[in-house]
Design a protein around this ligand. Structure first.
Ligand code: ADP
Ligand code: MG
Length: 394
């Protein structure tokens, strides 16, 4: 078990909390503040225990001076102040005299938020490439470092690994919960354990597929990646997404897990990917040359339902179709419904999958939706999470 914020005496200490305020923004307006809300528990705990709270976060990608206007953390400070009912002092710099003075003047329970850590990327990607001096500089501002940004925990950045290398570190409540939930999938899951995989590409998920197929009882495959599997199984897939170089991998997997990899039996097809296009529902041996498979059909959903209803643990990553377009969103939406009504422990991972579940209104029916896309998949692959690994065990 990693050290957590609870393992430190915070009274009067300067506590740097690395949050994940990487929220969707539109012209300075926060489109969805759920990531901000999820950070509150750790911040409140630090204040309650008499810390001087210094917040760091990234937002978006910073490649040009212009990106700075788009991705300033100023609106985040305003939103946080409202949510906490306490003024969060925003410092428009990532380092320098202003930052140092603000930190020096802090009293217990004060909160300051520094500007977007990725502003440092304009100079040789100092944040994203974990510039040693930058990590050391930020570390010097505080006494204790708490990493509560799960979304970037698989990366080595100056604002996570870089700081942890220099001062006493622990994880916050959000990261602690993510690990606890995701470990339910990797350590003794309740069986039957079913994983549902979809999304665009096999190649994005090779590590995940390899690691989870060993552990799961059933693997249901939909989405774009299903077509490379169907091709490997000998079907004609028309103009559907196909990664030729992954066919041998898919073949091998299908042979190894004959009885527990379940592929679609019917597909929604169209001749073009656009709103209002005419669709067909085809059995998988009926896909035409000029057709693109863009969703799973209703018979496949019936089959998937049987497996899901029989399961005690369900993990889902990857939309079942091109859900951004209404005509191809039914598979993903119906799967939300099927999972919602099952008695299994239900965990959702992956950026687009989480977005689909939330947008379609099924967030409350799930037991856990991971906030980290790449990070949750890396964890489930069994990969080392660089910024977590460095934090000492209790
Ligand atoms: P996640 O972010 O949850 O891990 P992915 O990024 O792997 O998921 O996949 C999401 C994308 O996959 C979506 O943008 C969706 O449009 C696309 N997708 C799903 N099914 C298909 C399909 N049949 N053909 C093309 N793209 C698809
Ligand atoms: Mg994605």
């Amino acid at each position: 078990m990693k050290k957590t914020i609870k393992d430190y005496n915070l009274k009067g200490k300067k506590v740097i909390i690395r949050c994940d305020f990487n929220v969707p923004m539109d012209n300075g307006i926060i489109k969805d503040d759920s990531r901000i809300r999820k950070s509150l528990k750790t911040i409140r705990y630090a204040r309650k225990n008499g810390a001087k709270v210094i917040l760091l976060s990234h937002l978006g990608r910073i490649k040009t001076e212009k990106d700075k206007e788009k991705y300033t953390l100023k609106p985040i400070a305003e939103s946080l102040s409202k949510l906490l009912r306490k003024k969060v002092i925003f410092i428009e710099e990532t380092r320098g005299q202003k930052v140092e003075d603000a930190v020096k003047n802090m009293k217990e329970k004060d909160i300051i938020l520094l500007e977007n850590t990725r502003f440092e990327d304009l100079d040789k990607e100092r944040e994203s490439k974990n510039d040693k001096k930058l990590g050391k500089y930020w570390a010097k501002l505080g006494d204790i470092y708490i990493n509560d940004a799960f979304g970037t925990i698989h990366r080595a950045h100056a604002s996570n690994l870089g700081i942890s290398k220099n001062i006493k570190s622990g994880i916050g409540f959000l990261v602690e919960k993510e690990i606890k939930e995701l470990e339910k999938l990797t350590k003794n899951p309740k069986r039957p354990y079913t994983i549902i995989l979809g999304g665009s590409k096999v190649s994005d998920k090779i590590g995940l597929i390899k690691n989870l197929t060993k552990k799961a009882d059933y693997i249901l495959i939909g989405g774009g990646m299903a077509f490379t599997f169907l091709k490997a199984a000998g079907f004609s897939i028309g103009s559907s997404l196909c990664e030729k170089d992954q066919i041998p991998f898919c073949k091998e997997l299908l042979e190894k897990h004959q009885d527990n990899i379940i592929l679609p039996i019917d597909i929604i097809t169209a001749s073009e990917i656009k709103e209002g296009t005419k669709t067909e529902e085809r059995f998988i041996n009926e896909i035409q040359e000029d057709e693109i498979g863009l969703d799973i059909g209703h018979k496949t959903l019936e089959v998937f339902k049987q497996y899901i209803d029989d399961s005690k643990t369900v993990f889902w990553n990857g939309p079942m179709g091109y859900f951004e377009i209404k005509e191809f969103s039914k598979g993903t939406k119906d799967l939300c419904k099927i999972i919602s009504s099952s008695k299994a422990y239900k965990i959702i991972g992956g950026g687009d999958t989480a977005r689909a579940v939330i947008e379609m209104g099924y967030e409350k029916n799930m037991d856990h939706i991971s906030t980290g896309g790449g990070a949750s998949l890396s964890f489930l692959e069994g990969a080392k999470l660089k910024a977590l690994d460095i934090i000492n065990e209790k």
